[in-house]
Design a protein around this ligand. Structure first.
Ligand code: PLP
Length: 389
């Protein structure tokens, strides 16, 4: 929807999933299927616990219809029934289900992941026999995106290779491509026939706005090509332990989407059969109620403002103290994380002497900091960079 002029090149041609065979429904659904097919006017389904009206019809709330319409109008892929969505066990479960589906039904077995990336990323793919390769992402010298390195490494990817992309708030670097860079990445990926697999774990926590943080994904969805998206609600709804997420596969046609969904059910059934319902029903309630949705987005904005504020405070305090080094990248980086540039020895020193814990790559989770604790961290960083070479 944003910047439609970016999305002019068409993605016609055959679906990457056109050979996915239709899977028959699992036996447990047989009763429901039999009911559906029974032509008798007397038929009565007492098997499922779903609310019905006196007329025996499902009850769809008017407000739900209105919100749904807004969403449908937003993206042609949804309107055309080309998106298959399965609820999964949070972001990790969505990535794992997507990986297994691809291992079973996709012709290309190479997956390119950013270097560095979320430490669990390689596991989702290697555990299902896919071959994990990396593409350059972070430029140590600028503490920013290594855009040329990214394109160069992907140019060596065999056609059809899967490319894992973090939709926003890149973990662990806090570095995201600009929208113009995203568009170039999109054109590159489409022109080489690569398959994008988005990991969206921080939507809303980069700009404080859900739509702005979805721009990267939308560029790819609106061009008509195929994509996978692992959506997590762990961070942006602070529902970590509830494990709420979904895998979306955007297909070229509605027919392919039906086949893909049938196979996703077969991936999920021996894994966990059905996803937990409690957290998901909370997410659903929030997404379907305009007032609650507004409250959520305004809370997201507040969470985001605090993260930005803390970044600024950390850098200001480092500057005020005269800590050697250029720390401005901490402000340029976005979302929950910042790759500080501290060495492993400096981090070990900080932990031992100042009791500050962070991952050994130097990643600082901004969410763990507060105005009260910034001075302590600055003391620790100052001591580390002046005493540990
Ligand atoms: C980039 C990224 N993807 C996925 C996840 C996993 O999310 P979830 O807790 O929803 O499984 C994380 C968690 O830290 C992450 O950083």
């Amino acid at each position: 929807m944003e910047s439609p002029e970016f999305c002019s090149d068409s993605q016609d041609g055959e679906s990457a999933f056109s050979d996915v065979p239709f899977a028959p429904e699992p036996l447990v659904y047989a009763v429901m299927a039999a009911f559906r097919e029974d032509p008798s006017p007397l038929k009565l389904n007492l098997g499922i616990g779903v609310y019905r009206t006196e007329e025996g019809k499902p009850f769809v709330l008017n407000v739900v219809r209105r919100v749904e319409q807004l969403l449908v109008n937003d993206l042609p892929a949804i309107k055309e029934n080309r998106v298959t969505t399965v609820q999964c066990v949070a972001g990790c479960g969505s990535l794992r289900v997507g990986a297994e589906f691809l291992a079973k039904h996709y012709h290309q077995k190479s997956v390119y992941i950013p270097k560095p990336t979320y430490s669990n990323h390689p596991n989702f793919f290697s555990s299902v026999g896919l071959v994990v390769k990396t593409y350059r992402y972070y430029d140590l010298a600028t503490h920013g995106l290594d855009f040329q390195g990214l394109l160069e490494d992907l140019s060596f990817a065999p056609p059809g290779s899967i490319v894992l992309l973090q939709a926003c708030g890149h973990n662990p670097t806090g570095v995201d491509p600009t929208i113009q860079e995203w568009e170039q990445i999109r054109q590159f990926i489409r022109s080489k026939g690569l398959l994008p697999f988005f990991d969206s774990a921080y939507q809303g926590l980069v700009s404080g706005n859900l739509d702005a943080d979805a721009q990267s994904v939308r560029l790819f969805v609106t061009d008509g090509g195929e994509s996978l998206i692992a959506q997590s609600y762990s961070k942006n709804m602070a529902l970590y332990g509830e494990r709420v997420g979904a895998l979306l596969i955007v297909c070229k046609t509605a027919e392919v989407a039906i086949e893909v969904e049938s196979q996703l059910k077969l991936v999920i059934r021996p894994m966990y059969s059905n996803p937990p319902i409690h957290g998901a029903s909370m997410v659903t309630a929030i997404l379907k109620d305009r007032e609650m949705y507004n409250e959520w987005t305004s809370d997201l904005k507040k969470m985001n403002d605090r993260l930005i504020n803390i970044r600024q405070k950390l850098v200001n305090t480092l500057c005020d103290k005269g800590t050697p080094g250029d720390w401005s990248h901490i402000i340029r980086q976005v979302g929950m994380y910042s790759l500080s540039g501290l060495s492993q020895d400096q981090i070990a020193f900080i932990t031992k002497e100042y009791h500050v814990y962070m991952s050994s790559d130097g990643r600082i989770s901004m969410a763990g900091l507060s105005s009260r604790t910034v001075p302590h961290l600055v003391e620790a960083i100052h001591a580390a960079v002046t005493r540990v070479i």
